[in-house]
Design a protein around this ligand. Sequence first.
Ligand code: ADP
Ligand code: AMP
Length: 218
Amino acid sequence: MKIIMLGAPGAGKGTQAKMIAGKYGIPHISTGDIFRANIKDQTELGMEAKKYMDQGLLVPDELTVKILLDRVAKDDCRNGYVLDGFPRTIPQAEVLDKAVEELNESIDFAVNVDVKDENIIKRMSGRRACLKCGATYHIEHIPPKQEGICDSCGSELVLRDDDKPETVKKRLSVYHEQTQPLIDYYNKKGILREVDGSQDMNDVFNAIVAILDGADKH
Ligand code: ADP
Ligand code: AMP
């Protein structure tokens, strides 16, 4: 099963993608996580991506598309994957379509996690991320067992540099301009499904599972 998670930054794509990956036994692929791992390791790719990420801008398509295509070509993607944060532009979506079509395959669903901008700002300021294993928490809604420490790997949790309110506003405007058009793109292909992302995370997950298991009557 090949799934794309759509939604504004902070809508809960990563939270849901991890749960989907766990339930369906497919890899969770986050281009943001790949960039952050590269920044942490101070690779050339990481240093280049950081310039854009720190300003709330998208990393250029040429760089992003390459890392995504390399990742989905790996063996663990043979039974599918859940993409979180890719595609973010129409050209990225077109490259993905082409790559999937070349394998005579198709994307099953593009799930749009819908959350209003006001709620996004609140979510981002409370988000805490583990840069080691990619786990994400929220200081109020989804707290770790021990404050500031990752439940999964015991590393220290941080407020991402790009989750500061000024950068979040920029990221939201970039989202509306460059990424939101993908909703229409996938709607026209007949694979768009919408979920209300302002619900409790387990309710959002149940709505997604109903869609993926075909119980959804759209
Ligand atoms: P995205 O991957 O779309 O940027 P995340 O999954 O990282 O978003 O979620 C953003 C923040 O909101 C995180 O702090 C996360 O713990 C929290 N969060 C995710 N889903 C929910 C939810 N349904 N209700 C409340 N908070 C949530
Ligand atoms: P995320 O973790 O998905 O919120 O991504 C964090 C940041 O990484 C974004 O604000 C972008 O700067 C960059 N990024 C992640 N995925 C992409 C993508 N598909 N295209 C361009 N930039 C991306």
